[in-house]
Design a protein around this ligand. Structure first.
Ligand code: ADP
Length: 553
C-alpha cells in the first residue's frame, strides 16, 4: 500500500483540526439564537440558546482547568438529557478532558466498576441521582468532587453547579488538543464480562456528526426542531447533540420525562420535527396517541434503532400518521450510526407493503462506514439478500480497541470490527439483521446478560444445564426465555425457577418463560449453540401456534 504521506507534494489547504469545540463555536456564531428547550428534572420547560450553552461550556472548561483537570483526564456525567448536560459535554471536551457518560440504569457494581476503570476525577450528576451516588460514594476511588447540576445549594458533600462555577467567566479559551485526542468515553455492556469502554476521539465525533447529517441519515437542517429521546448516556445520544448544533437545528431536551404523555406534550408544544429513540419508547407514544385520538402534525420524521423495528410501528407511523420512519442500526462501538433504511429513487413510490418490507431492513451505510458479511473463516459472502453471515464494519468512527484494553485487539486481520450481529446484505446494499452471534438480550433498549442468569439457574439442584435467549416481545422488543435441562426426572417448574432467581437478579431480568428441554444444542467445541436454540424455540412456538389455531373452531 502507498501511504499518501509518502508523496513529495503535500496539499496546500489549511490546517483545521476536527475538534468538537468547533461545532459549538460554529453554533454560537452562526446559530447563536436558536432555541434549546429543556424539561428539567423538576419544574417547567426552560429555554436557552446555543449562544448561552457555548458561554456556559466555557465557564465549565475554565473551572475544570482550575481544578487541575488535564488533557486526557476523565470527567463523568450521570445525567438525563438537558441543556446543561450539553454544556457539560462541550465544557469537558473544551478543557481537553474526556467526557465519560455513565448509564444510570446499570447496576451499582457496574457503575462503580466503570467509574473506577475510567478513573473519573469529577462527577456531574442530576439531583435525582444523589441517592445513587451517595450509596456508591465510598466505592468511587478516583472521584474528587461530585457536582450536582440542578441543585439549589451545596449540601452533604455535593457541590451545586452554580457554587462550583463561582468566579468563572465566559471568555475562557478552549484547551487546544489535536483532533486524534480522546473526547468521549462510553462503556458498553453488550457482551459478557465487565463493560468495555469505547473511547471516541474529537475527529471521530466530528466526522460521525457530519455523517449523521447526510440526507439519508438524520439530514438535520436549521429548520428542524430535534428531540433526542435516546439518552445522552447511550452511545453519544446517537450523535444528535453534535449533529443538531452543527446544522443549526433547535433542540428540545426531555430530561428524565420519557413516558408517553410527557413526550407527547413536549413534542406538540415545542413543534418537534425530528426525533430519535428505541422502539419501546415509540410503541408507548403510538399507543397513547391512538387511545386518545391524538396527532403530531409538526413531526415529520422519527429515527428508530437500537433494536429491530416491528412491522406495526412502520405501519402506524407511516400510514396512520404520515410520519417518515427511519430504521437505524448501530452500536456504541460505531459512535453509533451504522446503517439507515432510507429509500433510493428505485424504492420511492413503492406500494405500501414493499415500503414496509424495505423499512424492516436495517438499511444502507453512509459514506464513512464500510460493511460486509463474512463466513466463520472470514471470507466475504455475497451481497444477494439471502446469504447470511457475520457482519463486520470499519471506518473512521469505528472503535479499534477498548479503553485500557488496547492489547486485546478486537479487530480481525483486515482491520474489520466484528459486530456480533448476523445479517444479509442485498444487491442494493440494504442490510438486514437475521440473528445475533453474541450472547445477549436487549430489552427496552437495555442489555440483559444471559450468562449471568444461566450461571444462577444452573445452581438450582434440579437443573443440569440452562440457557437463556431473547425472544421477540411486542413492547420490550425482546424478553428473556430460560430453557433448562433437568438433572433427573423431577423437572423444576417455571415457578420453582422464578423463586430461585428472585433476589439474585434484577426484577426486569426475570425470564418471562421457562421451558424444559431434553437437551440443549451445542457447537463442535462444546459451547451452547444459541443460534440453533433460537431456531428450536421458534419452531416450538410456531407449532404451538398452529396447534392452537387448529383447535380453534
Ligand atoms: P445502542 O446504544 O446504539 O443501542 P449498543 O452498542 O448498546 O448500541 O447495541 C448495539 C447492538 O444492538 C447491535 O449490535 C445489535 O445487536 C442491536 N441493534 C441495534 N440496532 C438494531 C436494529 N435496528 N435492529 C436489530 N438490532 C439492533
Amino acid at each position: 500500500m502507498i501511504l499518501s504521506d509518502q508523496s513529495p507534494v503535500r496539499g496546500l489547504m489549511q490546517h483545521w483540526p476536527l475538534t468538537v469545540t468547533r461545532i459549538i463555536d460554529h453554533a454560537v456564531r452562526e446559530h447563536g439564537s436558536r432555541a434549546v428547550a429543556t424539561r428539567p428534572v423538576e419544574g417547567d420547560v426552560r429555554r436557552t440558546s446555543y449562544a448561552r450553552i457555548g458561554a456556559l461550556a466555557r465557564r465549565i472548561a475554565e473551572r475544570l482547568v482550575a481544578a487541575d483537570i488535564r488533557p486526557g483526564d476523565r470527567v463523568g456525567t450521570l445525567a438525563s438529557n438537558t441543556d446543561i448536560h450539553i454544556a457539560l459535554w462541550y465544557g469537558i471536551m473544551g478543557a481537553g478532558a474526556v467526557c465519560h457518560t455513565i448509564n444510570p440504569r446499570l447496576f451499582d457494581e457496574q457503575i462503580a466498576y466503570i467509574a473506577n476503570h475510567a478513573e473519573d476525577r469529577i462527577l456531574f450528576i442530576d439531583t435525582s441521582f444523589i441517592p445513587l451516588v451517595a450509596r456508591l460514594r465510598p466505592q468511587l476511588q478516583s472521584v474528587e468532587a461530585v457536582v450536582v447540576i440542578d441543585a439549589e445549594a451545596s449540601e452533604n458533600g455535593f457541590i451545586a453547579l452554580d457554587d462550583w462555577l463561582m468566579g468563572t467567566d465566559t471568555k475562557f479559551g478552549w484547551v487546544e488538543v489535536g483532533e486524534e485526542a480522546a473526547a468521549g468515553l462510553c462503556y458498553t455492556s453488550g457482551t459478557t464480562g465487565h463493560p468495555k469502554g469505547v473511547l471516541y476521539s474529537h475527529r471521530s465525533t466530528v466526522l460521525h456528526a457530519m455523517m449523521a447529517n447526510f440526507g439519508d441519515c438524520f439530514g438535520l437542517k436549521a429548520s428542524d426542531v430535534v428531540l433526542p429521546v435516546v439518552p445522552m448516556y447511550h452511545a453519544n445520544a446517537w450523535g444528535l447533540t453534535f449533529a443538531a448544533p452543527m446544522a443549526g437545528a433547535s433542540l428540545v431536551m426531555p430530561g428524565p420525562h420519557l413516558d408517553a404523555p410527557s413526550l407527547y406534550r413536549l413534542m406538540r408544544d415545542e413543534g418537534v420535527t425530528f426525533s430519535a429513540g428505541v422502539p419501546t419508547v415509540w410503541l408507548g407514544l403510538l399507543n397513547y396517541m391512538e387511545a386518545k385520538g391524538l396527532s403530531l402534525p409538526d413531526l415529520k420524521r422519527v429515527a428508530v434503532g437500537g433494536s429491530a423495528v416491528p412491522r406495526v410501528m412502520i405501519e402506524k407511523f407511516e400510514r396512520d400518521h404520515g410520519i417518515r420512519l427511519l430504521h437505524l442500526w448501530g452500536m456504541t462501538e460505531l459512535s453509533p450510526l451504522g446503517t439507515a433504511s432510507a429509500p433510493r429513487t428505485e424504492e420511492t413510490g413503492l406500494a405500501d407493503a414493499d415500503t414496509i418490507r424495505l423499512k424492516l431492513k436495517q438499511g444502507r451505510v453512509p459514506f464513512g462506514v464500510e460493511m460486509r458479511i463474512v463466513d466463520d473463516a472470514g471470507a466475504e459472502m455475497p451481497r444477494n439478500g439471502t446469504a447470511s453471515g457475520n457482519l463486520v464494519v470499519r471506518g473512521p468512527a469505528v472503535a479499534r480497541a477498548y479503553f485500557r484494553r488496547e492489547d486485546e485487539r478486537p479487530l480481525d486481520g483486515g482491520g474489520w470490527f466484528p459486530t456480533g450481529d448476523v445479517a444479509t446484505i442485498d444487491e442494493a446494499g440494504f442490510m438486514q439483521i437475521t440473528d445475533r452471534a453474541k450472547d445477549v438480550i436487549k430489552s427496552g433498549g437495555e442489555w440483559i446478560s444471559s450468562i449471568d442468569i444461566e450461571n444462577i439457574a444452573v445452581g438450582h439442584p434440579d437443573v443440569a444445564e440452562a440457557a437463556v435467549i431473547g425472544v421477540p416481545h411486542p413492547k420490550w422488543d425482546e424478553r428473556p426465555l430460560l430453557a433448562i435441562v433437568p438433572r433427573n426426572d423431577k423437572a423444576p417448574t417455571a415457578d420453582d425457577m422464578t423463586r430461585w432467581l428472585t433476589g439474585k437478579i434484577a426484577r426486569w431480568w426475570m425470564p418471562d418463560e421457562v421451558i424444559v428441554l431434553e437437551r440443549l444444542p451445542h457447537t463442535a467445541t462444546g459451547k451452547l449453540n444459541k443460534v440453533a436454540l433460537r431456531a428450536i424455540i421458534r419452531d416450538l412456538r410456531d407449532s404451538a401456534e398452529t396447534h392452537q389455531e387448529r383447535k380453534e373452531p
